[in-house]
Design a protein around this ligand. Structure first.
Ligand code: UDX
Length: 488
């Protein structure tokens, strides 16, 4: 039984090595028991993730889940921010040529429109060549599964007569707001994405969202954003189905509403990361010392602070965060990603003596943490987060109440749902302000209200455990997805 890691040399004329076709079981995989409708080994799925941490992680988790169902997996990926193949010896990796330097120069979020235009125009032909080649191999390709943002690949799939399914890495609630500008304009509303609205008013048809929650980025190019959104919506409607990293019990009503505009089949099979123990899809090195540091603290006493892989803050905001943490008197584990503070490499802008007086003893600062393990640690009592969907879902799965500081895109919606709908945390409504931060930390970590958040989130955590078991909603939806792919 060979266990070949095959990062394919695109220019090589030899046939690429196929990953180990043997179905690999995992001791913690709750889905391993199924055999009904299982594909014959070698049935291949090709995945195409967007090269950001928050998109690569769930896509690789999804690939792992479908691999556990007997499919063989090829990951088509960009050279920049490429996943580490050694963590996935059971997959085949195929880099898209010419996706290093150009992509690197566009990866900053302020270039997101240019990046999306680039990958959906310039990269379409290289992707067509890759897919064509894979289809000619003995295994063929059963289905292409792309991030929704690769809308340009729909025409390639159509030309090659290859079924395409899309994966949206956020949840359904925030997706409704993400596509709202296009859907509202289609329905004759003048409200577009070109208005930077700060109003508290509810958005009609999208309650409980407030105007100020609607995604806003790139105010400098509203029509460019609208065009991209329009193409994304079109690409999703043309896809065979959507796969969601969420679960029915959390978003049943939102799914009903969404299905009116997107009648494609929807498969809610999350939370992906719970299918396996904490996985190694991290693109950065995780500081494992964080866990030994947590070991020294009593249950529910530590506030974990992390703003994900993309958010950047101004120096003044960073100082408010630091003083908010200092004044709270609460122990904290704080992830400060290098480069995440404008104008600083790492911690240089902290006031003199801050590290010695405040951090030592009560705090621990790292560059990147093993987040899933940190959230599962008994000492972790709260999570101050940017409300990225992966972070939010990971917190829900471990029953850790949240303080939300959303920055852009789906984060605003996730935060609104955490505070106003699921009521499992608070949202900092005025950005980073040390007084508000201090009282939010007290509320979540020490007050009666924090206990209520904890009870509610622990209750949802129970539903997660149930939905993954045989007969549960995600378990059944995964069965349906496998059978659906086999029906192509
Ligand atoms: C991006 C967007 O910002 C987010 O809004 C969207 O929902 C997904 O894409 P990101 O900012 O990275 O993602 O946030 P998030 O979705 O929360 O994903 C972060 C991932 O990195 C999580 O899986 C988390 O476990 C991991 N992480 C984070 C670590 O492993 N260590 C850390 O220190 C911080």
């Amino acid at each position: 039984m060979s266990n070949i890691i095959s990062t394919i040399d695109f220019n090589s004329t030899t046939t690429c090595n196929q990953s180990n076709p043997t179905h690999q079981t995992h001791p913690h995989n709750p889905m391993d028991t199924t055999t009904a409708g299982k594909p014959s080994n070698g049935h291949r799925l090709v995945f195409l993730p967007l090269p950001y941490q928050g998109h690569v992680s769930p896509m690789l988790q999804l690939a792992n889940i479908l691999h556990s169902k007997g499919f063989s997996i090829t990951i088509l990926h960009t050279l920049f921010n490429s996943p580490n193949p050694t963590n996935y010896p059971h997959f085949t990796f195929l880099p898209i040529p010419g996706t290093g330097d150009e992509l690197h120069s566009l990866i900053d979020l302020k270039n997101i429109l240019r990046l999306l235009n680039y990958i959906n125009a310039d990269l379409v032909d290289p992707i067509r060549v890759c897919l064509n080649r894979l289809m000619l191999e003995e295994d063929g390709v059963a289905c292409l599964i792309t991030d929704v943002h690769w809308f340009g690949t729909q025409s390639v799939a159509d030309d090659l007569i290859l079924p395409r399914i899309v994966h949206r890495t956020s949840n359904i609630s925030s997706f409704r707001s993400f596509v709202a500008p296009v859907l509202l304009r289609d329905k004759g509303s003048v409200r577009g994405c070109d208005e930077e609205v700060k109003s508290e008013a509810s958005v009609s048809r999208l309650e409980p969202l407030k105007d100020k929650d609607l995604p806003k980025f790139l105010p400098n190019d509203p029509e460019g954003k609208y065009k991209i959104l329009e193409l994304t919506v079109k690409g999703i409607k043309q896809a065979r189905a959507l796969i969601w990293n969420t679960f029915k019990e959390l978003e049943e009503h939102e799914l009903e509403a969404l299905s009116q505009d997107f009648p494609n089949p929807h498969f809610l099979i999350g939370p992906f990361h719970k299918f396996f123990p904490a996985s190694s899809s991290s693109l950065l090195t995780q500081d494992q010392e964080s866990l030994s540091w947590l070991d020294k603290h009593p249950p529910n006493s530590v506030l974990y602070v992390s703003f994900g892989s993309l958010v950047r803050v101004e120096e003044s905001q960073f100082l408010e965060i630091a003083w908010g943490l200092a004044n709270s008197k609460q122990p904290f584990l704080w992830v400060v990603r290098p480069g995440s503070v404008e104008g600083s490499e790492w911690l240089e802008c902290l006031p003199d003596g801050f590290l010695e007086r405040i951090v030592e003893g009560r705090g621990y600062i790292v560059k990147w943490a093993p987040q899933q393990d940190v959230l599962a640690h008994p000492a972790t009592g709260g999570f101050w987060t940017h409300s990225g969907w992966n972070s939010t879902l990971e917190s829900i799965c471990e029953g850790v109440p949240m303080i939300c500081s959303p920055s852009f895109g789906d984060q605003l919606l996730n935060a609104r749902y955490v505070s106003d709908v699921w009521k499992i945390g608070v949202k900092l409504e005025n950005g980073f302000e040390r007084g508000e931060i201090q009282s939010a930390i007290k509320k979540v970590m020490a007050d009666e209200e924090g206990l209520e958040f904890r009870n509610k989130i622990v209750n949802i955590k129970g539903k997660v455990n149930f939905c993954l078991k045989k007969g549960g909603s995600s378990y059944s939806s995964l069965e349906d997805l496998v059978n659906y792919i086999l029906s192509f």
